[in-house]
Each structure stands twice: as structure tokens, then as C-alpha cells.
Design a protein around this ligand. Structure first.
Ligand SMILES: [Fe+2]
Ligand SMILES: [Fe+2]
Length: 252
């Protein structure tokens, strides 16, 4: 990453550290810890990560950091959303693992024009080599096909939990429109697309209004309850970094 983008990222991290964590990350520490443990220890998830992580395009800001955050939040959301359903712990864990597969694979085709559709097809091929039923594989594939922002979702309905996995993947991915945009993704994009600080200042208000509009699109009950705060927290960080940019780069 270039020097200016690095400097701005450090400044954004400093601002973010003053804002504290949104309630989702303090209230659901236990499901998040279970999700994290599965992400780093479940043999299938570890094997899948070893295969696909080297293929991620870090330059676009959708690399290991993004997919790890999406995967863990997706699996935690599945745990939270099924709580109270009196399901066997092994069934919940299985669904969480499916959520992790969704997260690990969802941006595997990020470079492609229609990355959700291409990623869904690639996931289908890759998972054929894993211990998943055909229904579970199409569940992951459909969730990936349906993860794009502001697009309506479609389902074949072959797997009972397909809607849940898809909605949790969508919300976990859109949680990244909060602080992660400013502590991570924006600077990778700035560097990759060779955007100057001045150009960034010009595009900033447009980007902020796009982030604000995602608030209306959360799909799970938990996402609708806790997602807006995550995004608003990001917007507050964004406003501060925008002021910093104007102060330091307006004439550059
Ligand atoms: Fe995506
Ligand atoms: Fe994503």
C-alpha cells in the first residue's frame, strides 16, 4: 500500500479506537467466540481456507481480513438467530460451519464482472470435494449468489436453512460497511485504483450516502436490530476522517 494510504489508514484506526465497539460485538461475545473457534479449528473450514486464501485479491480490500470478519459474523448470526429453536448443539454447529463456508467463499470471484454469480458457481465446484451434502452445497452457492447489496434474493428452497444462511451472509457482509470501510477497505481501494486524496475528498460524500442506505436492507432480525449501529459507527468514523482529509489534503 502506498505511503499516503498507509498514513490515512493509521489515522482511521486511531479515530476508530476512540469510538468503541458496537453492541453486536459486546453483547454476543459467546456466539462470536464459538464462530471464531470453528473458523480457526474446524478441519473442513481450515482446509478450505488453505485452498482459497492465496487466491484472494487483497488489493481490492476483499482479502483475508474481509472474509475472516464476514465468516465469523455470519456463523455468529446463525447461532444467534437459531437460539431458542431447541435445536441439537451439533445441528447448530453444522449450520455455523455452513455459514463459515459461505463467508470464506463469498468474494472468491471479486475480480469478475458479476462476482456473486461467478463466486456461486466456483463455490459449487470447490465444495464438491468436501464432506457436504448436495443440499448443503447449493445452500452455500445460493447464499453467495444472493449476497450483493441492493439486489433482491431468489431461492430454490431445496435446503431448509438456505434462507437463514443467505440472510446471515448478507448481513455479515454489510456489517463491513461500518468501521471496517474506514479502518481497512477504503485504503486498499485507494491504493489499488490510484486515487489521490483530493479525488477521495470529492467522492467521499457520495460514498457516505451509499453506506447510509445499506441500513434499510438488513435481512435478519439481529441484523435489523444491531446492523444500523454498526453502520452508523462507521459513518461517524467516516465524518472524522473526511474532516482530516480536508484539513490535510484539500490543496494537494
Ligand atoms: Fe461481495
Ligand atoms: Fe464481501
Amino acid at each position: 500500500m502506498n505511503e499516503v494510504a498507509c498514513k490515512l489508514q493509521r489515522e482511521a484506526e486511531r479515530i476508530a479506537s476512540r469510538h468503541g465497539l458496537p453492541a453486536f460485538y459486546t453483547r454476543f461475545k459467546a456466539p462470536l467466540a464459538v464462530a471464531r473457534r470453528l473458523f480457526y479449528n474446524h478441519p473442513g473450514v481450515v482446509r478450505l481456507r488453505q485452498i482459497v486464501e492465496p487466491e484472494y485479491n487483497e488489493a481490492l480490500g476483499h482479502g483475508v481480513h474481509h472474509s475472516t470478519r464476514v465468516s465469523i459474523d455470519c456463523a455468529a448470526l446463525i447461532h444467534i438467530e437459531t437460539d431458542g429453536n431447541h435445536m441439537a448443539p451439533s445441528t447448530v454447529e453444522r449450520l455455523m460451519v455452513i455459514g463459515l463456508y459461505c463467508g470464506v467463499l463469498h468474494d472468491i470471484s471479486r475480480d469478475e464482472q458479476n462476482h456473486a454469480q461467478c463466486g456461486a458457481q466456483k463455490a459449487q465446484r470447490l465444495l464438491g470435494d468436501f464432506s457436504l451434502s448436495p443440499e448443503e452445497i447449493s445452500c452455500v452457492s445460493e447464499a453467495i449468489r444472493n449476497h450483493e447489496a441492493f439486489a433482491s434474493s431468489t431461492f430454490s428452497g431445496r435446503f431448509e436453512w438456505a434462507q437463514l444462511a443467505s440472510d446471515c451472509l448478507y448481513d455479515a457482509d454489510k456489517f463491513r460497511w461500518g468501521a471496517d470501510t474506514f479502518t481497512h477497505m477504503l485504503w486498499h481501494m485507494m491504493d489499488y485504483q490510484n486515487i489521490s486524496p483530493r479525488e477521495l475528498i470529492e467522492k467521499f460524500p457520495w460514498g457516505m450516502s451509499g453506506a447510509a442506505s445499506i441500513i434499510e436492507t438488513f435481512r435478519t432480525a439481529t441484523g435489523r436490530q444491531f446492523g444500523p449501529e454498526i453502520v452508523e459507527n462507521g459513518l461517524e468514523i467516516g465524518k472524522e476522517i473526511y474532516r482530516y482529509l480536508i484539513e490535510h489534503f484539500k490543496e494537494s
